[in-house]
Design a protein. Structure first.
Length: 225
């Protein structure tokens, strides 16, 4: 494998200089809650994107786990003929199959990613990076935003939703954005896409490690609680 890197964000989050490179140099900041969108680059992949199975090894915990398969959205955004697939990282507690409180003792958990490739023409094999740093993912609690409350707690298409949240240290990763760039455009909560157009402006700011408030409107028809 050549390595992994940050994928152009589905949620239209503007890239700062830390994320503008398309080189597969590893993932330095990922949320414990999952959702980080990455690409995986390799010279040979199974034609069917979902036949490339992600495996994650954590030396600290002394285990290797098979991650959830690529979703249909992941597969749609992949191009195996060009040598890459896209993948949205799962939450660490879901990955390990443990309650989230079990992970409270860890501020950082690092995993090395490999692929188990189920190719139609060859025997299945495991692909790893020649340099492990290019396939490392560092999940970090300080870069895991928290949603405290939604009101109303059930969201549905075109409903107006109030959100109280703490972005933790994430805003500090995007300090070099242009002055007219909004802090965020939309967000996904439990599968529901929430749009902030008309509610968030470029001169709005949100504090790190602080309880913030924002209002938005649900823009898809995937109900969630």
């Amino acid at each position: 494998m050549d390595g992994i890197g940050y994928r152009e964000q589905e949620l239209q989050l503007a890239k700062g200089s830390r994320f503008e490179s398309e080189e597969p140099t590893g993932i330095s900041w990922a949320s414990f809650a999952g959702g980080t969108n990455i690409f995986i680059k390799a010279p040979i992949l199974a034609d069917n994107a979902q036949s490339n199975v992600v495996r994650l090894r954590c030396d600290l915990l002394g285990l290797t786990v098979e991650a959830p398969r690529l979703t249909e959205d992941d597969a749609f955004n992949s191009n195996t003929a060009m040598g890459f697939i896209t993948y949205r990282l799962p939450a660490v507690d879901k990955l390990l199959g443990v309650p989230s409180r079990v992970l409270d003792q860890y501020q950082t958990l690092s995993f090395e990613l490999s692929l188990f490739i189920e190719h139609d023409l060859f025997e299945p094999w495991e692909a790893k990076c020649s340099g492990s740093s290019k396939c490392m993912i560092h999940f970090k609690k300080p870069h895991t935003p928290v949603v405290y409350e939604l009101n109303p707690p059930v969201v549905y298409f075109n409903s107006e939703t109030h959100i109280w949240f703490d972005a933790k240290s994430v805003p500090g990763l995007l300090t070099d954005l242009p002055s007219d760039e909004m802090a965020f455009i939309n967000a996904k909560i439990g599968g529901a896409l929430i749009d902030f157009e008309g509610y968030v402006d470029f001169d709005d700011s949100y504090s790190a490690w602080h309880r913030n408030y924002v209002k938005g409107r649900v823009g898809d028809q995937s109900p969630s609680k």
